[in-house]
Design a binder for this molecule. Structure first.
Ligand code: F6R
Length: 609
């Protein structure tokens, strides 16, 4: 996963591909690589770390070619290393590929190829693609790619070249962006617009199922069955900065809008609703190991701590496991009772947060079983924990975390369901039902995001307020905390998240007609309870911003401003109910002229205590 660039034409492809990769550096990466065909041979260079390492490795002056594909990698399967960096080749070094996305069935494809005697050089899911293309290759690269794609399940943006057909690049797209750039006597390929803007503004956005053959003078698009497809050429007017954010004004808004895809990527290849199966390859605990766990501790900081609070409900409700959640900086300085029957789950987007890492080390020193939920492959926590469960959210650039939060809940939801099934606290039929609900979440999030403007309208009314109260109950109480945190950190407005039932024990004194109250009152077992709490706030003059379920016909009577989210099972609802709160804080911060992506005093990864 990360950046792809390709070139075919008269100029030196190496310079153009490297330049394009540099334009994608802002997305983050851990390694990079480039492949060319030169004098009938494939040449591949790969390096860990920054692109300048690759440039040195290339000895740029000596590597010239008219065809090249390059890649910056952000690890998903396999740690960052030269072996795992793209491009990947088949064992005879005649086919070479770069790939973004996730191949869901790579494990079975790989074992089939291994039985045929093929040796793999990397831990990636991508390498199987090069092997399969070679297997199908009979002097027609396009056909070999089409046949390969019939066997592959998952998401891909793919660039392929072959030493025996040095006049073409084949590329293909399914659920991962890929763009073809049109030049004169030259053509380009990229995962993102900024890579190509210095060379062309005429671009074709490939659609799912498209396979394009690029020569220097021609672009032909087909599908897997070789039917020709016509695609519109778009002229891109964006400057480079706009293009980096895909036209969104800030990375935060882009990342909020990415959530349908990042949640789906986190589920991809791991849940099978029809079969009632969860497959979490990286978590290697047996049924007996799980049954032997006496307690679960979830430890994290900030937004990750809030996803931990949601997950407590999942582990207790589904897997019937006693679960406590702790802030990492508190956990490490008290004397938690720990032993080898306790599972400590650390949650961290970066996998580097100092307090969470220290908590993990403390748990290990006490003999606990440890599991890290991380977004960054190869991060300290993912290396040090006994087990790791990755969220597949891609790089999060905005300091305020959004897509990592929903990805963490998605990941822990799968884990809780899997363990519930293995502990037999959930039947196969119930598992199927919940998996089906989960599978529908990305579409529901996407549907909600289509009406993001409605949240903007609410934000306009309240951006001038200096204090906000966020209320939630049960599984949506952590969402109230998260909504308040988002508002505080990017707009510098004072906001408090409260368990709605606690209001009458103090905070209700704060409420007057100048205090907006954001209440999450989606359909759930505590719906009536939170409605009573809302009435109490209204009676004190509070103005209510209500997050309600779409089917709640009486919501308008309860809230002065209602934002509807799609109906869903209550334990999934935090993934949906947090999205309007992310948007609300975003729009308020923009209206106040705050630096949304880089809020004052904050760092993306807090690696000091
Ligand atoms: C809030 C935010 C922080 C992080 C916290 C933990 O938007 O981004 O609260 O959630 O610093 O970071 P990770 O998850 O990297 O351990």
């Amino acid at each position: 996963m990360c950046g792809i660039v390709g070139y075919i034409g008269e100029k030196n492809a190496v310079d153009i591909v490297l330049d394009g990769l540099k334009k994608l550096e802002y997305r983050g990466y851990d390694s990079s690589g480039i492949a060319v065909v030169k004098d009938g041979q494939l040449q591949i260079r790969r390096s860990v770390g920054k692109l300048k390492n690759l440039e040195e490795n290339i000895e740029k002056k000596h590597l010239k070619a008219n065809i090249s594909i390059g890649h910056t990698r952000w690890a998903t399967h396999g740690k960052p290393s030269e072996e795992n960096a793209h491009p990947h080749t088949d064992p005879t070094k005649s086919i070479v590929i770069v790939h973004n996305g996730i191949i869901e069935n790579y494990a079975e494809l790989k074992s089939g190829l291994e039985k045929e005697g093929k040796e793999f050089k990397s831990e990636t899911d991508s390498e199987v693609i090069a092997h399969l293309i070679k297997k199908h290759y009979k002097n027609n690269l396009l056909f070999a790619v089409q046949e390969t794609l019939k066997e592959i399940k998952g998401s891909y943006a793919l660039g392929v070249i072959c030493k025996d057909e040095p006049d073409k690049i084949i590329c293909a797209r399914q659920d991962a962006p890929l763009i073809v750039g049109i030049g004169e006597g030259e053509n380009f390929l990229a995962s993102d617009i900024p890579a190509l803007l210095s060379y062309t503004r005429d671009m074709i956005f490939l659609e799912n199922g498209d396979i394009a053959e690029l020569t220097a003078n021609k672009i032909t698009i087909t599908d897997i069955e070789n039917n020709v497809k016509k695609r519109e050429v778009k002229n891109i007017k964006w400057d480079c900065v706009q293009a980096e954010k895909e036209g969104y004004k800030h990375f935060m808004l882009k990342e909020i809008h990415e959530q349908p895809r990042t949640i789906e990527d986190t589920f991809r290849g791991r849940i099978y609703p029809d079969e009632g199966r969860v497959y979490l390859e990286e978590v290697k605990l047996s049924k007996e190991d799980i049954k032997n766990i006496s307690n679960v501790y979830i430890v994290a900081c900030g937004t990750s701590y809030h996803s931990g609070l949601v997950s407590k409900f999942l582990f207790e409700n589904f897997a019937k496991m006693h679960t406590e959640v702790d802030i990492a900086s508190e956990f490490r300085y008290r004397e938690p009772i720990l032993n080898d029957r306790i599972l400590v789950i650390v949650i961290s987007q970066s996998g580097e947060t100092a307090d969470t890492l220290a908590a993990l080390r403390l748990a290990k020193s006490k003999g606990c079983i440890t599991l890290a939920v991380c977004n960054i492959v190869g991060s300290s926590m993912s290396r040090e924990a006994d087990h790791v469960l990755y969220t597949h959210c891609g790089p999060e650039i905005c300091v305020a975390s959004t897509k990592a939060f929903t990805g963490q809940i998605a990941a822990l939801y799968m884990l809780a369901l899997d363990w519930a099934c293995r502990k037999e606290s959930l039947s196969k039929e119930e598992l199927k039902k919940y998996l089906k609900e989960l599978w529908e979440v990305p579409v529901k999030v996407g549907n909600f995001l289509k009406q993001a403007e409605s949240v903007h309208e609410v934000a306009k009314k309240f951006a001038h307020k200096r204090d906000f109260l966020y209320l939630g109950r049960n599984v949506n109480y952590p969402v109230a905390l998260e909504g308040a945190l988002k508002l505080k950190e990017i707009s510098y407005i004072h906001a408090e998240g409260y368990a709605a039932g606690e209001m009458k024990h103090g905070p209700i004194a704060l409420i007057d007609d100048d205090m907006p109250v954001v209440a999450i009152a989606v359909k759930s077992r505590v719906y009536k309870k939170i409605i009573s709490n809302i009435e109490e706030a209204k009676a004190r003059g509070g103005t209510i911003i209500l997050i309600a379920s779409e089917s709640d016909k009486t919501a308008l009577d309860k809230g002065d401003n209602v934002i509807y989210v799609p109906d869903c099972d209550e334990f999934i609802s935090p993934i949906l109910s947090v999205i309007p709160l992310q948007l609300l804080s975003y729009y308020v911060a923009v209206m106040l002229g705050c630096d949304v992506d880089q809020p004052r005093n904050l760092a993306k990864s807090v690696t000091v205590e």
